[in-house]
Design a protein. Structure first.
Length: 395
């Protein structure tokens, strides 16, 4: 039987990147000892205030259809938080509540891009970006944020990548997988290019609340950018609520109206009890966010210190998020071979970062979303594995 060519546009390397994650889960189900550091699923619990709000709503039989773009209360809460943090004059009309940031990102791309368009994406970038852009019919154009620049954007390369077909620029800050936070100078340069060439900007800010030394900056807050920026975020990482599927897109009202029409035939709104939990988390969960952020910073620093002592590893210091990139080329193995041998021999699952873009070749992405004990054990096993590889190499 024949399938739409959409299946080809959404497949490929990005979709295949989770092979080792699936293998690690299969090993866990078989009773083997595995520390799975492949995905950004926080080990923290959702804020109690969010859980109480959800339970209260369920007990009140809040199980009927809810507003397709989200209830006024949740949209207003998102807008108020964004306005207070950025100074951008937005209201609930500028927000649509979606089933997680990935759902919002997909809807944004469907409403902004089409066949014949080009979308410039800063890489390394999250593995779903390619399929998400290509599902719209547009072509994805990768611009390297190379290791020699600390994985920060090569602004000259970005300017050269823009053609008459370019319709938008897309990136994440903090970046997944590098943890790089967009600087003010970089944001201003991207802003200038977007205005000069009349481009949309799609800013994935899922990790925006989890920056360490560098402050988070929403590019929509720069002059002339609110009307051309779609900001995507969620409660998955900041509030440890990935299973709630509580995300959103924020942007010009006309864009939000178009996404609402798309959602009418794709999602048809989210459960009311999820929206009540989201309102509670946004309004009253900031202490939880601060506590998690402080824990992530300690975990990051501990991981950097322990792996930094391994001669064959080059560890990059993330400025935000919950991932560390480690270059393993000096071991003599490819990232994929290193990852699968490490899983089989030491029971530690790390994600080969090649799928995030050419700039991440030879790197592994390590999530520090698990607790201190698991991370300490994982670091010890990685260190032992590297020492064994060095012995093999010397023999």
């Amino acid at each position: 039987m024949r399938f739409s060519n959409l299946v080809d546009r959404v497949g490929g390397e990005g979709a295949d990147a989770w092979e080792i994650y699936y293998k690690a889960n299969a090993m866990l189900r078989a009773g083997k000892s595995v520390i799975n550091l492949c995905i950004g699923d926080p080990d923290f619990d959702a804020p109690e205030v969010a859980k109480r709000a959800l339970i209260k709503a369920v007990e009140a039989n809040d199980s009927h259809y809810a507003d397709i773009p989200g209830r006024p209360a949740v949209r207003a809460a998102i807008a108020e938080e964004f306005a207070a943090r950025t100074g951008v004059a937005v209201t609930g009309a500028n927000v649509i509540f979606m089933a997680g940031a990935q759902n919002a990102l997909y809807a944004v791309c469907q409403c902004l891009f089409q066949a014949g368009d080009e979308v410039v994406v800063l890489e390394p970038s999250y593995v779903t970006y390619e399929a998400t852009v290509q599902a719209s019919g547009a072509a994805l154009v990768k611009v390297a944020s190379p290791a020699r620049l600390g994985f920060h954007v090569d602004l000259d390369a970005l300017a050269r990548a823009i053609t008459p077909k370019t319709r938008g620029i897309m990136f994440a800050t903090p970046c997944n997988p590098t943890g790089v936070v967009l600087s003010a100078a970089e944001a201003e340069a991207i802003s200038a290019l977007a205005i000069q060439h009349d481009l949309w900007v799609v800013s994935d800010e899922v990790y925006g609340a989890l920056t360490f030394e560098a402050p988070h900056l929403s590019i929509a807050s720069l002059p002339g950018m609110a009307e051309r920026t779609a900001t995507v975020s969620s409660l998955a990482k900041s509030h440890a609520m990935p299973g709630y599927r509580a995300g959103w897109a924020l942007g010009p009202k006309e864009l939000i109206d178009h996404i609402n029409t798309l959602s009418l035939c794709m999602l048809y709104g989210l459960p009311g009890f999820i929206q009540e939990a989201a309102v509670a988390a946004i309004k009253h969960g900031q202490a939880d966010v601060a506590r998690m952020k402080a824990a992530y910073k300690i975990r990051r620093d501990t991981l950097l210190e322990s792996l930094g002592r391994v001669q064959s590893l080059r560890v990059s210091k993330p400025e935000g998020g919950m991932f560390v990139l480690v270059n393993v080329e000096a071991t003599g193995l490819t990232a994929k071979d290193f990852a699968f041998r490490l899983l089989e021999e030491e029971g530690v699952a790390l994600l080969p970062a090649d799928a995030f873009g050419p700039s991440a070749k030879g790197h592994l992405r390590i999530c520090f979303g698990l607790g201190d004990e698991a991370l300490t054990t994982a670091a010890e096993r990685i260190t032992a594995f590297c020492h064994r590889l060095a012995t093999e190499k010397a023999a």
